[in-house]
Ligand binder design. Structure first.
Ligand code: 13P
Length: 252
């Protein structure tokens, strides 16, 4: 086992029902053993967090949320959910800066870095998503985009903040499209991300988990996860199927 324990996280996005969530969790619980060699994390929609927390009590699966309010304190913010509330629901992690939030809900690098900071202030580990669009990749801008997205968080939170955070590299063109970054493409950007943090603090960089997201499934997981700087996966579609998700977990 390396210093970086693989993390396999399921981002359910806006999918499922009470019943299907309970079924999925129960199938996952029976398939996961607590050997400590890898960790599983589930990020269900907000309304199912309580159900999930109940079902995951004393189980070797962790709980996270898909989003968090950027406001640190409670108040008149209709529709928002605070870090404290997520903590109360049993969350240990929260996804920030997912490309769907950036593209569909206008979240800027500033908003994302505020959410990152608010999450950590509540003792939640942010999973900071970064990644380029197809257009940006074709224009040779992948590293510039990823650098800009990470630098904003370094500027606001400081590089030491990455000692309790996860970075997820999710090339936008690979999300939900069936297209996957090749293991070499993933490794190249993961290693670049680690080098960005390493410029600030080599120890933090070497311990930081950088996970890959974008059409990860059982058939490509092993190859991706075998790359040196790929420390896990942030899985969308395939995390809704217990058999698929467990196979990815086993591949880690
Ligand atoms: P897919 O695995 O469905 O491509 O989604 C990836 C993702 O966006 C995880 O956050």
């Amino acid at each position: 086992m390396t210093a970086r324990t693989p993390l396999i996280a399921g981002n359910w996005k806006m999918n499922g029902s009470t019943e299907s969530s309970q079924q999925l969790i129960s199938s996952l619980c029976s398939g996961v053993s607590n050997d400590g060699d890898r960790n599983m994390l589930l990020c269900p929609p907000y309304p199912y967090l309580h159900i999930a927390a109940e079902a995951l009590k004393n189980k070797a699966i962790m709980l996270g949320a898909q989003n968090i309010a950027m406001e640190p304190d409670s108040g008149a913010f209709t529709g928002e959910v605070s870090g404290l509330m997520l903590k109360n629901c049993g969350c240990q992690y929260v996804i920030v800066g997912h490309s769907e939030r950036r593209a569909l809900y206008g979240e800027t690098d500033e908003v994302v870095s505020s959410k990152f900071i608010v999450a950590q202030a509540q003792g939640l580990q942010p999973i900071l998503c970064v990644g380029e669009t197809l257009e940006e990749r074709e224009a040779g801008q992948t590293q510039n985009v990823v650098r800009r997205q990470i630098q904003k968080v370094i500027d606001s939170a400081g590089s030491t903040a990455f000692s309790s955070a996860v970075v997820a590299y999710e090339p936008v063109w690979a999300i939900g499209t069936g297209l996957t970054a090749t293991p070499d493409q993933a490794q190249e950007t993961h290693s670049f991300i680690r080098s960005l943090i390493s410029e600030q603090d080599a120890t933090i960089a070497s311990l930081m988990q950088i996970i890959y997201g974008g059409s990860m499934k059982s058939e490509n997981a092993k190859e991706l996860l075998s790359m040196e700087d790929v420390d896990g996966g942030l899985v969308g579609g395939a995390s809704l199927n217990a058999e698929e998700f467990l196979a990815i977990f086993q591949a880690a």
